[in-house]
Design a protein around this ligand. Structure first.
Ligand code: MRU
Length: 344
């Protein structure tokens, strides 16, 4: 495989390295995750995260093992293990399935290498196209509320909703302001998006998740733009838990609510959001804070009962527009099979 490099992911010709996202922004540590067990652990623990990037990382891991000569049977077992590392982001399954198809039709290392390289470079291109489509929706002077982290850390390219914000800013809309939900429980907004915004020099303000509605009421927010982990055919979509709250609050305040994602996040097998599997994570993430770079603090009673769904589903009726790499769809487009028309 050729060398690959993005903000938080590298293949140096031999080793696969990730910028450990559980340590950011306190520490910038590159971890060697070439070994499949290390990659699976990194995906499960969110050291590498974001729907597009986990697909890319898993694909490169699988193909590196093929290059190193593991048997077809072991490769197929590894494909299953990678595919199951996290259940909600469909990009992971889609990337592995593309490689499984190559294994079934043309089991040649060179064909697998071509596919892994394609998955990586395609994600860069998809992000660039989403950024172009999304940036057009942003007016100079807008306050834009976003959730979780959807930037360069979460993809091989410039990101999805953050990519759109970044392009709007870099193409001259210098008076935008980004409001960042901290994104409990694992704080992807407070740690990762706040770091990316600072690195990019885009004006931003961090808020706790429960502060979004008051900012909307006070007129600070003109648009909400979020990412997604899986889009169903009726336009319902799963994203980091807390997205649904924002969509409801945006609707109440008549604020446009956009979701941005590549075609690799569209699941043609999910008719509606009810079909999307939602990852339930361990209770300790909610009983306190358990993020390596932040530390481990438990403030709740040790045995308190906890629910910890990592994602929620936002119904299509709350969405103003779906910003895909091909085009921006509205509800009428969705009803006319617009998502299917965006598939290659
Ligand atoms: O659990 P995470 O941090 O992987 O969740 C990520 C999100 O929910 C993102 O919004 C989504 O994957 C889109 S990233 C471009």
């Amino acid at each position: 495989m050729r060398k690959l490099e993005s903000l938080s992911f590298r293949f140096d010709g031999e080793k696969i390295l990730i910028l450990d996202q559980t340590l950011l922004p306190q520490q910038k540590t590159w971890l060697d995750v070439t070994q499949p067990e290390a990659m699976i652990e990194a995906i499960k623990s969110l050291r590498v995260r974001g729907a597009p990037l986990i697909g890319v990382a898993a694909a490169v891991c699988l193909v590196r093992q093929a290059e190193l000569g593991i048997t077809k049977k072991d490769l197929l077992n590894l494909a299953d293990a990678l595919r199951e590392a996290r259940p909600t982001a469909v990009n992971l399954m889609a990337a592995i399935d593309r490689l499984r198809e190559v294994m079934q039709n043309n089991f040649q290392i060179s064909a697998l290498v071509n596919m892994a390289e394609k998955i990586f470079s395609e994600d860069i291109e998809l992000c660039a196209n989403i950024a172009k489509n999304g940036a057009r929706l942003i007016q100079n002077g807008d306050g834009i509320l976003t959730h979780c982290n959807t930037g360069g850390l979460a993809t091989a390219g410039v990101g999805t909703s953050i990519g759109a914000i970044r392009l709007a800013y870099e193409s001259g809309k210098k008076n935008i302001h980004v409001y960042i939900d901290e994104t409990r429980p694992l704080l992807q907004g407070g740690r990762l998006t706040a770091w990316e915004m600072a690195e990019l020099g885009i004006p931003h303000t961090l808020i706790c998740d429960n502060m979004a509605p008051i900012l909307m009421r006070e007129g600070f927010v003109q648009k909400v733009i979020v990412g997604c982990d899986r889009i169903a055919m009726n336009g319902d979509f799963a994203n980091k838990v807390g997205t649904y709250n924002l969509a409801i609050a945006a609707k109440y305040h008549s604020i446009p609510f956009y979701v941005a994602g590549p075609y690799t996040t569209v699941d043609v097998h999910c008719a509606s959001g009810a079909d999307i599997p939602i990852e339930e994570r361990p209770g300790h993430e909610v009983r306190g804070v358990f993020v390596s770079g932040v530390g481990q603090v438990q403030w709740s009673p040790a045995n308190v009962s906890v629910r910890n769904p990592a994602f929620d589903v936002t119904p299509a009726e709350l969405v103003t527009g779906w910003v895909l790499d091909k085009k921006v769809l509205n509800m009428a487009d969705i009803k006319n099979g617009g998502l299917l028309a965006c598939m290659p």
